[in-house]
Design a protein around this ligand. Sequence first.
Ligand SMILES: [Zn+2]
Length: 99
Amino acid sequence: MEKITEDEMIEAYEDMLNETKDSWIQDYEGAYILKEVDPTAYDVGYSDYEDSVSDTTVIEGGDYDYTCDECGDDDADKDHVCDPKEKLVHKVDKIRGED
Ligand SMILES: [Zn+2]
């Protein structure tokens, strides 16, 4: 019996997966793959897609149309961390009524 290390076995397994990709990749949704593999490309693609569908308006409040209440960042997502400086500027703007 041939003895190989686990690293070598993993390499052989990955080679096999790469070679047989065409036969199993179709089990996965393209959107799922892009979102998992390249979330940035997914986000950029979403923005382009949204722009291209010009007769459709997205109701605000989703992840991609969220404006942060605290710092006023309209390109933020709900989990973003506010820039303390932006937060202060936004607060001052709000008080001045220039929001
Ligand atoms: Zn913020």
